[in-house]
Design a protein around this ligand. Structure first.
Ligand SMILES: *[C@@H]1O[C@H](CO)[C@@H](O)[C@H](O)[C@H]1NC(C)=O
Ligand SMILES: *[C@@H]1O[C@H](CO)[C@@H](O)[C@H](O)[C@H]1NC(C)=O
Ligand SMILES: *[C@@H]1O[C@H](CO)[C@@H](O)[C@H](O)[C@H]1NC(C)=O
Ligand SMILES: *[C@@H]1O[C@H](CO)[C@@H](O)[C@H](O)[C@H]1NC(C)=O
Ligand SMILES: *[C@@H]1O[C@H](CO)[C@@H](O)[C@H](O)[C@H]1NC(C)=O
Ligand SMILES: *[C@@H]1O[C@H](CO)[C@@H](O)[C@H](O)[C@H]1NC(C)=O
Ligand SMILES: *[C@@H]1O[C@H](CO)[C@@H](O)[C@H](O)[C@H]1NC(C)=O
Ligand SMILES: *[C@@H]1O[C@H](CO)[C@@H](O)[C@H](O)[C@H]1NC(C)=O
Ligand SMILES: *[C@@H]1O[C@H](CO)[C@@H](O)[C@H](O)[C@H]1NC(C)=O
Length: 887
């Protein structure tokens, strides 16, 4: 920005806005670091990201702490130090966030809110990964963007950003937000309290980003001045010199910064050096470019360092040609003086410091600062709401990867399960925490979300009574506590509201709850789906009969149950077939196309030539019949373009069949096999992965309660004629849980290698284990190899071991399927590998959820498309898929 002045040193840049957010009573920090203990005696918070342990920096005496307990996730890297930097040791480690969309550090300065702080974030790439380009990403301070870190070549990637804020809340969130430009990372994060009376802006809705801070006339080219010379630990850089300036200093003067009355408290070391015009009669002039979109504040710092008995140094300053001083200023010996002014809507910043009339000495300048005004338009979410949701997070140990930073804002990063209203400060209005394995009583923290309109806590393991306070939430319009273990009576207020229609109240499937105040008889209201899970063929039949009645009813109303156009079902509606029809459709089971755990799959054709796949349940399999029921159950709930659709079913005595849409391009396993002639391109693989992730996301997060697939593998990912991927076989739910793991050992051919290692300890399959299996699928797609690789050495090796071995060496070329060598972008592949490796993290809770996997894979595709100069939107992708089709 102030380009010409800045000759030697990296520029401080800060564009955009900033904010902060808070919470007071309870902390959302992991236990280890007492939040009050982030600050040292001076109130400094100094975090060396990725450091293994705390240490005292030998140059500054500042105690640096590691970031382990201040942030979730991320990966640590070590790099060679940056020579001659003010942050030498601090820049040797960094933390990178390959998977998270937003990663937040929560700073809790001990002085709390309404104080002024200088926050500094430093990014030094140092070639930590194999990329020659470093990432671009955004930094947010709470709810507002602070700065966009630009992309840069790895060997020049060194950015220092500083901001001065007046905190409006006790907790300050510094968040790195992935914008698709690569994995965000951070090397160093520092917070320093500063005097409220300096750096002019007092308002909470404005902050100052530091553009430049120059020790004008400094003697050393290499040494920055910072703590302990500077009490606020500002880093003063040598500005270099205009040819027409002359540096001068008096190294022996002793300037009493504290006693001077100047709250800026510049270090004596900075003030001892200055410039004056090279020719004694002239002015000090400078002209540089700035950005007219921003307002700048400039600070001229002066101190007389020459003892000049009988002679006065009087100066006049103009900025951009305008005189803003009411009268000339006279410098007094050893008395620091700061003059500041603002510049708006200008393309350049020039100053001219001239000797005022009557001055006996030429003008001088000792130091100069330039800051940029950063508006903070978004207020943080209402503090009480933030506190309440953080308490809820703590109470139930909710460890969602996206529950970081402000819960509501920015809205594209709103915490999953929440909804907020944002007029004049965001408020939480809806909380959906259904199927989240929450246990214990319903926390009174919910009562503090006073704007809550909708609360869905269905399908958890909540116990205890339905609390009275829920009735007192005046805005509450929907309360769903279905599928818990609530006991005792229901508060009258809730019942009243539900009766007069002001509240939708769902309390089904809480066997010990009594509705009418009489707690003797147990309620037996029944949810069809839930009973189906108690597994009897009888119930399945009831279910199907109901479905049949329903469809008949619909038909009688004159609605077509089925309609095809262009061979595709217009809508999902389920048809029942007679067994004789099934025989006809499959041409007496003449064309076998597959075989699963439950029975055989045949190709079939409906009347209008619509092609289907018919799964026949082998009558001998008891296990199979359960899976069959489960499959129907799940299928009836789950409709999505990335899930295989059910077209109809047949149930006649022992004959049970399911009729699905036919998938022309078979399954992913076939396409990845080495016998396959038409190798899937990298783009196609990404698209398939995205489709599958989206289907999985729908099962996990779109369905309530969510559906755990339990058997994600390449052979269960099917491809239609346009290579759109659909997940099949997601009906195996529950059967596993009740039958323990026997199924696994009897059917090792497809499943072995995909199984979450944690399963062997916990014997439970959950969303995280699906993610694990999905990670294996991704690795297979990337490498073109099987989960268990047998052809690379004497002993078989698991794909995770093999990939991490090569990924550790950053050998992406070796990892990616040799059949598509050369035709993919290395960053896209690198990111895909990172995602896959995150999915197969050995600790289940560290794995990303499906929606994040989905959005990250889309980023991979974006990177790939950008590198091929194709526009990055989904429509275009699906268009180009036909061109890229291997057929
Ligand atoms: C605070 O941190 C310092 C340095 O890490 C440590 O010595 C001290 O015991 C901590 N105090 C508390 C109360 O945790
Ligand atoms: C680092 O500083 C020393 C003087 O302290 C100087 O000789 C050397 O050239 C500097 N190195 C770099 C890379 O700037
Ligand atoms: C340096 O000073 C000269 C003379 O005052 C002026 O013309 C020139 O614009 C200055 N250079 C910069 C970069 O400001
Ligand atoms: C500073 O430079 C700009 C062009 O970069 C020019 O338009 C402007 O007049 C200059 N200002 C002064 C005071 O010389
Ligand atoms: C430098 O400062 C000392 C006082 O510390 C003073 O005696 C001396 O005269 C100063 N030098 C000049 C050139 O003003
Ligand atoms: C400062 O200089 C400007 C331009 O030369 C002049 O207009 C102004 O009156 C001066 N101000 C003072 C206080 O001398
Ligand atoms: C600069 O602008 C800010 C914000 O409008 C204001 O608070 C400050 O007082 C101004 N400073 C000067 C020197 O005009
Ligand atoms: C319903 O009943 C509640 C509690 O008695 C009351 O506050 C509310 O105003 C009533 N709403 C309507 C629409 O009658
Ligand atoms: C809970 O009930 C509400 C209101 O009927 C509904 O919108 C919501 O989807 C239900 N939640 C689940 C998980 O079924």
């Amino acid at each position: 920005m102030v380009n010409q002045l800045l000759i030697l040193l990296p520029l401080f840049i800060a564009l955009g806005n900033l904010t902060l957010v808070a919470s007071k009573t309870k902390q959302n920090l992991p236990k280890k670091i007492d939040s009050d203990n982030q600050s040292d005696d001076r109130g400094f918070i100094s975090i060396d990201c990725g450091a293994k342990e705390e240490y005292v920096d030998p140059n500054t005496g500042i105690l640096y702490k590691p970031d382990t307990d201040l942030v979730q996730g991320g990966r640590v890297y070590t790099v060679n130090p940056l020579l001659n930097s003010s942050f030498q040791r601090q820049l040797t480690t960094l933390r990178s966030f390959p998977v998270e969309r937003r990663s937040c550090y929560t700073l809790r300065p001990k002085q709390g809110k309404d104080n002024k702080y200088l926050i500094r974030a430093v990014f030094f790439h140092g070639g930590y990964d194999s990329n020659t380009k470093g990432p671009s990403f955004n930094i947010y301070l709470g709810t507002n963007i602070w700065v966009s870190v630009p992309p840069a070549n790895a060997d020049q990637y060194f950015f220092v950003y500083e901001i001065v804020i007046t905190a409006s809340t006790d907790a300050i969130y510094v968040c790195l937000v992935n914008t698709g430009g690569g994995s965000p990372f951070i090397s160093l994060l520092e917070l320093r309290p500063v005097s409220k009376s300096i750096y002019g802006v007092a308002s909470h809705s404005l902050a100052l980003g530091t553009e430049a801070r120059y020790d004008v006339g400094a003697s050393s080219l290499y040494m920055d001045n910072r703590y302990q010379n500077d009490v606020y630990d500002r880093v003063w850089q040598n500005s270099g010199l205009n040819m027409s300036w002359r540096a001068f200093s008096n190294t022996s003067v002793d300037i009493d910064t504290d006693g001077s009355g100047n709250a800026y408290r510049l270090p004596a070391q900075v003030l001892r050096t200055a410039v004056q015009p090279a020719t004694l009669s002239k002015n000090l002039f400078m002209n540089g470019t700035i950005d007219r979109r921003y307002e700048y504040c400039v600070y001229f710092h002066f101190a007389e360092i020459q003892l000049t008995p009988g002679r006065r140094r009087m100066i006049n300053i103009t900025v951009n040609g305008e005189s803003f001083l009411p009268e000339p200023i006279t410098l007094e010996y050893l008395k620091p003086l700061t003059i500041s002014t603002n510049i708006t809507t200008q393309d350049y910043f020039s100053f001219d410091i001239s000797p005022a009339k009557g001055s006996d000495l030429p003008p001088i300048l000792n130091a100069l600062e330039i800051q940029i005004l950063l508006p903070q338009p978004n207020l943080p979410t209402y503090t009480r709401d933030v506190d309440a949701i953080l308490e809820i997070k703590d109470t139930y140990g909710i460890s969602r990867i996206d529950w970081q930073g402000d819960p509501c804002l920015p809205s594209f990063l709103m915490w999953s399960g929440l909804n907020c209203r944002n007029d004049n400060g965001a408020r939480i209005i809806s909380v959906v925490l259904s199927s989240s394995k929450l246990t214990g009583e319903i926390s009174s923290s919910f009562s503090r979300l006073t704007e809550l309109e909708s609360l869905d806590l269905s399908f958890n393991d909540f116990t205890g009574q339905v609390p009275e306070f829920l009735g007192e939430l005046t805005k509450l319009k929907m309360l769903n506590l279905t599928g818990n273990k609530m006991q005792g009576p229901v508060p009258n207020l809730l019942i009243e509201k539900s009766k007069n229609g002001s509240l939708i109240l769902k309390l089904d499937e809480n066997p010990e709850l009594c509705l009418m105040g009489s707690c003797k008889g147990k309620r037996k209201k029944v949810d069809i789906i839930a009973v189906a899970s108690s597994v009897t063929v009888l119930v399945l039949i009831i279910l199907l009969v109901l479905a049949i009645i329903w469809t008949h009813k619909r038909s009688k109303k004159g609605e077509n149950v089925y309609k095809y156009s262009g061979g595709r079902p217009l809508k999902f509606k389920c048809q029942s077939f007679k067994y004789s029809e099934i025989v006809k459709i499959t041409n007496n089971f003449s064309s076998l196309i597959g075989e699963g755990g439950f029975g055989k799959v045949y190709h079939g054709t409906l009347k209008d030539d619509f092609q289907v796949a018919v799964k026949l349940l082998s009558s001998s399999s008891r296990q199979g019949s359960k899976e069959f029921q489960n499959e129907v159950k799940s299928l009836l709930r789950a409709h999505h373009k990335n899930l295989l659709s059910l077209i109809g079913y047949c149930i006649e005595g022992h004959n049970m069949a399911l009729v699905y849409e036919y998938m022309e391009n078979g399954n992913l396993e076939q396409h990845l096999s080495f016998d396959c002639n038409n190798v899937l391109t990298w783009i196609r693989r990404l698209q398939v992965a995205i489709d599958a992730a989206r289907g999985l996301d729908y099962l996990h997060n779109g369905c309530r309660p969510s559906i755990i697939h339990r058997d994600i593998k390449t052979s269960n990912i099917l491809l239609d004629k346009n290579f759109q991927a659909k997940i099949s076989d997601f009906g195996l739910s529950k059967a596993f849980e009740t039958e323990s793991c026997t199924h696994v050992s009897t059917d090792p051919k497809g499943t072995f290698g995909y199984f979450d290692p944690q399963y062997y300890n916990t014997k439970k399959l959950n969303r995280e284990s699906d993610i694990y299996s999905f990670g294996i699928v991704l690795l297979e797609m990337i490498t073109g190899r099987k989960a268990i690789i047998r052809d690379l050495g004497p002993a078989p090796i698991h794909i995770i071991q093999w990939v991490s071995l090569n990924f550790g060496r950053m050998d992406i070329g070796r990892i990616v399927d040799p059949r598509i060598q050369g035709s993919y972008n290395i960053s896209s592949a690198g990111k895909a590998i990172e995602i896959a490796m995150a999915c197969v993290h050995s600790t289940a809770i560290q794995r990303p959820n499906a929606s994040l996997v989905y959005s990250e894979l889309k980023e991979c595709l974006k990177i790939e498309l950008a590198s091929e100069n194709i526009n990055d939107n989904e429509e275009i992708c699906s268009n180009c898929s036909s061109e890229l089709s291997p057929r």
